[in-house]
Design a protein around this ligand. Structure first.
Ligand code: ATP
Length: 320
């Protein structure tokens, strides 16, 4: 394989730039030409293709966001859009593609590889950690650390005023950001889409912790359940403690990637290019049990994510 393309798609995630750098430099190492496609599948359809050199990716390993920019592109869901995307690849002589994105981006990648024969490798880049085949996705660790920073600050003020903080975190239909930030911040309660919440039980936990000397409570609600405002109202109607909602919002997507995300980015990018260099396509890369793995793209997108109930129970046991 002589010329490969690279794009970032869907929601941006910290570590995407570090992955871009790894793909570009690994490609150059193997003697390939690497082309960046700007604005995800939209740029692929509109031929926004730029050559990437060694120095194109200087000084970006520490930057959040994605230098190639990203987009959500409805046209890629249509036959015409997909055919146009393939024409762009042919026009530029690109014979392999790396797609950095989430579940939706991988569905686009699957179509390019399965239906149009374009060797494509997916790198899981999403803060949501909602892909079943990999233990972690790029950006998740940084997003959780951003949440922790904010929750720590909320705990300070909530304790001073003896309040309850309801904190909304991202994750779409996946509760992992809530689960990990809950455990790591010492939140008393997490509310996730995977488990039906019981308001009576939540109020009991709050009262129990207060009776045992706590001066504040943190309740983390995943966005897939409901908004912080709505959930705070529900709690407020069952307690005399004052409740304050906070939606962390888009800051979760930004910021300099953590060491964990930079390490994943370096390894995912390198593995993706190694596969293409061996003539292997139609795979996704990931990490399982601390080992970098690759897997058939169709199999990966059809796997169903399971929630870590053991971690949830751990939180229930230790955050009182
Ligand atoms: P995140 O998890 O961060 O939201 P994502 O990759 O899942 O990232 P989506 O918006 O679901 O984000 O998908 C990104 C893009 O992938 C879409 O805008 C579209 O261009 C393409 N895509 C999604 N689903 C399909 C599909 N079924 N067929 C073809 N292309 C798709």
């Amino acid at each position: 394989m002589k010329r490969i393309g690279l794009l970032t798609s869907g929601g941006d995630a910290p570590g995407m730039n570090a992955a871009i750098r790894s793909v570009v430099r690994s490609g150059i190492y193997f003697g390939m030409e690497v082309y960046g496609i700007e604005r995800g599948y939209a740029g692929l359809i509109e031929n926004n293709v730029i050559p990437m050199e060694m120095r194109s990716v200087s000084n970006i390993v520490q930057c959040g966001g994605t230098r190639l920019r990203t987009a959500r592109c409805m046209e890629m869901m249509t036959k015409e859009g997909q055919q146009q995307a393939v024409r762009t690849l042919e026009k530029n002589g690109i014979d392999g593609l790396v797609v950095i994105g989430g579940d939706g981006s991988f569905r686009g990648a699957r179509i390019l590889s399965e239906e149009y024969g374009v060797p494509t490798i997916g790198i899981p880049g999403t803060i949501d950690n909602d892909l079943a085949y990999t233990d972690y996705t790029l950006g998740f660790d940084t997003a959780v650390n951003t949440c922790l920073d904010i929750i720590n600050k909320l705990r300070d003020t909530m304790t001073s005023h003896e309040r309850i903080s309801v904190v909304e975190v991202m994750g779409r239909h996946c509760g992992d950001i809530a689960l990990y930030s809950g455990i790591a911040s010492g939140a008393e309660i997490i509310v996730v889409p995977e488990i039906q919440f019981d308001m009576e039980q939540i109020l009991r936990r709050i009262n129990h912790s207060r009776a045992n000397g706590k001066h504040s409570n943190i309740v983390i609600v995943a966005e897939g359940v409901m908004s912080a405002d709505e959930f705070a109202k529900k709690i407020q109607s069952g307690t005399e403690y004052s409740v304050r909602p906070t939606c962390i919002g888009h800051v979760q997507r930004g910021g300099s990637p953590t060491m964990a995300d930079r390490m994943l980015a370096a390894q995912f990018g390198n593995k993706a290019v190694r596969l293409l260099n061996e003539g292997i396509g139609n795979r996704v890369v990931g990490i399982r049990d601390n080992k970098i793995i690759d897997m058939d793209i169709i199999e990966a997108v059809s796997m169903k994510k399971t929630f870590n109930y053991e971690l949830y129970e751990t939180l229930q046991m230790i955050s009182m």
